[in-house]
Design a protein around this ligand. Structure first.
Ligand code: KQY
Length: 365
């Protein structure tokens, strides 16, 4: 595997949108005892349902640590490929490569990963195995990579439309635990160079109490060129209301890289989901900051769904009214895809959801 000293922009590469065709989906087998309760056994069951739903639409590869390889293989081996890749945690969106293409060839961007904030406000230590996941996935795919040793970024903190527009949140990308020595315009230049985009739209914040400092993938997604979804609540008393309102103001003011006004669909969040004492007691307590206190609100949002070839796999929160509303909005936004909901609770207790758990490998001709 070659590691380039150039940037994707210099080489004519860019990150395609998630709604463009995929070759496969990459995921990681859940096992971390302080991320999920009861040794992750319940999260594994939920994971299997998500992976199975995605595998209906495109091939899935599941990466597992050596001590769980056999377990993972027995659980998902009949519908997914299982490979051994050492990891510290489960969130492939953040530790996997960001794939870029020039239309004929695929390459990976391998950002530095520091567990969402390093020693400042990261969620565990060490994270060295997670920081090597992207490079190993590139090697397995057989593609070369760009490695950024001095720039921290997670895949969940970026969304592109594949036509030159990138959307990020200020709360995450400007957080002191990421790249504190860089100014906003320097971060923006790095994103342009490594994602091959022309325009960066900065939303102020993401979902209330999201411990990733507000990843964009929990609050927003592009559904088509010029069209997007925004996590929303109609309840002005909910702290999420002002956050979503501020995002809507930004999106209404902005145009995308092609000069289009964005069509914004509102995706109402579920009723608040609070971590119970029993759920917290089931998780090992290892680091400061995670898991949250019992009674804490978790960052529940339907925006954290996965766009597959011909399908949308989205989280159900056992909230019949909002689950049904979300399905309807997703069907309208993606009229040519089958919309499939999977109950997410045990996986969601880990602080993320199906989008965080996946990384698409774009198809190239
Ligand atoms: O939002 C994501 N992309 C990952 C969620 C991380 C949660 C850590 N407990």
């Amino acid at each position: 595997m070659k590691t380039f000293a150039t940037t994707p922009r210099q080489d004519g590469f860019h990150m395609p949108a998630e709604f463009e065709p995929h070759e496969r989906c990459w995921m990681i087998w859940p096992q971390r005892r302080d991320t999920f309760r009861y040794g992750a056994k319940l999260a594994q069951k939920t994971f299997i349902e998500f992976a199975r739903a995605i595998a209906r639409f495109e091939p899935v590869t599941v990466c597992a640590n050596d001590d769980q390889y056999e377990v993972a293989l027995r659980a998902v081996g009949d519908f997914a490929q299982v490979v051994e890749v050492s990891n510290n945690d489960f969130w492939m969106r953040d530790t996997g490569p960001t794939f870029v293409t020039n239309g004929r060839e695929l390459r990976g961007v391998d950002w530095t990963f520091n567990a969402w904030g390093g020693l400042f406000d990261g969620l565990y230590f060490p994270w060295d195995k997670d920081d090597r996941v992207a490079s190993k996935v590139c090697a397995l795919v057989g593609v070369d990579r760009y490695r950024l040793d001095d720039f921290v970024l997670e895949g969940g903190s970026i969304h592109v439309d594949g036509e030159g527009t990138l959307v990020v949140t200020e709360s995450c990308l400007l957080s002191p635990g990421r790249n504190p020595e860089m100014r906003k315009h320097e971060i923006e230049d790095t994103l342009r160079d490594y994602l091959g985009v022309e325009k960066v739209i900065w939303l102020p914040q993401g979902i209330f109490l999201d411990e990733t400092n507000g990843h964009v993938d929990n609050v927003f997604n592009f559904t088509a060129p010029g069209e997007c979804l925004l996590a929303w609540t109609d309840d002005p008393a909910d702290p999420q209301y002002e956050l979503s309102r501020a995002c809507l103001d930004t999106l209404s003011r902005e145009t995308d890289a092609k000069g289009r006004k964005l069509k914004v669909r509102k995706l109402h969040i579920p009723d608040p989901v609070l971590l119970t004492e029993e759920e917290r007691d089931g998780m090992d307590q290892v680091c400061e900051g995670w898991p949250p206190e019992a009674g804490s609100r978790l960052p529940a949002s339907y925006a954290n769904y996965y766009t597959a070839n011909g399908g949308i796999v989205f989280p159900l929160f056992d909230d019949p009214v909002h689950d049904a509303m979300a399905a309807e909005v997703l069907r309208e936004a993606y009229p040519d895809r089958e919309v499939v909901g999977v109950s997410c609770h045990e996986m969601f207790l880990g602080g993320g959801n199906v989008h965080c758990a996946t990384q698409q490998q774009p198809a190239v001709n």
